[in-house]
Design a protein around this ligand. Structure first.
Ligand code: CTP
Length: 446
């Protein structure tokens, strides 16, 4: 029996796929089709699939050409599969001509003619998609636009910055159609808003955008009181709108895997979490301007709070803050949390530098994520017996913003399986921590 194998994502299954499968099947007696998993696609930086793996497998099955369907989940798997299943022919579309010649060592390689004029990319581009408006055109917005371009189902249609000259320059640079003169003009030209304006304006813009009927993705820090965060979520609910926090680490696949591993007991019971984020900043920067809610807590605290809340929950019994102040803002703050059965601490700084790593201590071992842990691409689990140590590597694609953008779009459109990587409670409690610090509760100044 002659066995043929082929692989693909098979998103939005189309005529080109069907032709390819028919031709592959005709090469032998038994056709094996490898369909990529969602995770494998994500790790390869393919952020734009519309169908999840189960839907894609079902679509391939329905063509009737596949005798066997397998999932492809790691790089190099093709060589293993060819040997595992005793494959005679590897077949793939001619767009890959030459690329898979390395498989000739293991079986015959056939490049089949590709059907002209159709592709999943083209079909995805034809879908209506979310029109996104950006408020604030600073450095994070500059990174956001190129990242949004690799996610399907979304396009940036407008930007707004009260400084019109900067807004126009931004729109020209990124090919954005409308440099809105007012926030209202922006709301009229989009379905959803990404808020990347100065921190202290986040609450007001979020409220106005929701009242205008727009979904909202807001940068960190969200707002500075838990009550305001709760009110904004209630407003989003009453309007049936999505309100999400743009916290890139929360949406990064490697960080998600670290949390699920640790929550399932990989290092025993967790007894301590420590994380730090410091970014040395010029004292004249807006980030250190007391009038603009600047300072290390407001700029950076949302990041270390993420692993602390994910691993220990949000019900701490006490927090002490130790802050080195200058001109009314904290150049550096260390916070120490007491939980019922654990401790946590973080260091944040704009005027002091420290190692930016994350360590999680457990009763059986500890997890170590080197700096910059908030762009997680590697971590280790370490034990007393070093033979048990494990290292985990992941790609962190681009600026890492594409993960949160993909989840935001999927939530807004309800188009793919997704869940909130950051719960409302966690977001509200992040605002509570800001509020505690701002009100001076257990804040010891240095
Ligand atoms: N294929 C084809 N003709 C097309 C599109 C795809 O023969 N018009 C083939 C590819 O060469 C590959 C298989 O179908 O062998 C699965 O390809 P996949 O990457 O899933 O499909 P594309 O439509 O090319 O997807 P994308 O646009 O995301 O790259």
């Amino acid at each position: 029996m002659k066995k043929v194998i082929t692989y693909g994502t098979f998103d939005l299954l189309h005529e080109g796929h069907v032709n390819l499968l028919r031709r592959a099947k005709a090469l032998g007696d038994w056709l094996i089709v490898g369909v990529t998993t969602d995770n494998f696609d994500l790790e390869r930086g393919k952020m734009n699939t519309c169908n999840n793996v189960m839907e894609r497998i079902e679509a391939v099955r329905k063509t009737g050409y596949a005798d066997q369907i397998i999932i492809e989940e790691y790089r190099g798997q093709k060589i293993d599969d060819i040997q595992r299943y005793g494959v005679d022919i590897f077949a793939i579309g001619s767009d890959w001509e030459g690329y898979f010649d390395y498989l000739k060592e293991f079986c015959e390689v056939v490049y089949l003619p590709r059907t002209e004029g159709i592709s999943s990319t083209q079909l995805r581009d034809e879908q209506p998609g979310v029109r996104l408006g950006i408020i604030g055109t600073g450095s994070i917005a500059e990174r956001f636009v190129p990242e949004s371009e690799v996610v399907s189902g979304v396009r940036v249609t407008a930007a707004y910055n009260p400084d019109q000259a900067r807004c126009k320059e931004f729109c020209k640079r990124f090919g954005i159609g409308l440099a809105a003169r007012t926030a209202e003009e922006l709301y009229a030209a989009c379905d959803a808003v990404y808020i990347a304006s100065p921190h202290y304006t986040h609450g007001a813009y979020t409220k106005a955008a929701l009242e205008a009927g727009k979904h909202v993705l807001c940068e960190t820090p969200f707002v500075f009181t838990g009550a305001e965060a709760g009110e904004l979520f209630a407003l989003a609910d009453s309007k049936g709108l999505t309100l999400m926090l743009a916290h890139k680490t929360a949406y990064c696949p490697a960080f998600g895997h670290l949390v699920t591993l640790l929550k399932s007991g990989a290092i025993g019971e967790i007894v301590d979490v420590n994380a730090s984020v410091t970014t040395l900043t010029d004292e004249s920067s807006e980030k250190l301007d007391v009038k603009l809610f600047g300072g290390s807590m407001s700029e950076n605290a949302c990041f270390p709070l993420l692993p602390i809340f994910k691993l220990l929950g949000t019900d701490w019994s006490n927090i002490n803050f130790y802050s080195k102040m200058k001109n009314g803002v904290d150049l550096y703050t260390k916070a120490v949390f007491r939980y019922a059965a654990a401790t946590a601490s973080f260091q944040v700084g704009l005027g002091a530098k420290t190692e930016g790593n994350l360590t999680v201590s457990g009763t059986k071992g500890y997890a170590y994520v080197p700096a910059p842990w908030w762009k997680t691409d590697y971590f280790e689990l370490r034990f007393e017996d070093q033979n048990q140590n494990k290292k985990f590597f992941y790609p962190f694609v681009g600026e890492g913003l594409r993960y949160e953008i993909k989840d935001f779009v999927a939530t807004v459109t309800g188009s793919a399986l997704t869940w909130s990587k950051l719960s409302r409670k966690e977001i509200v409690r992040m605002a509570d921590v800001q509020q505690l610090w701002l009100s001076g509760t257990n804040v010891f100044t240095l």
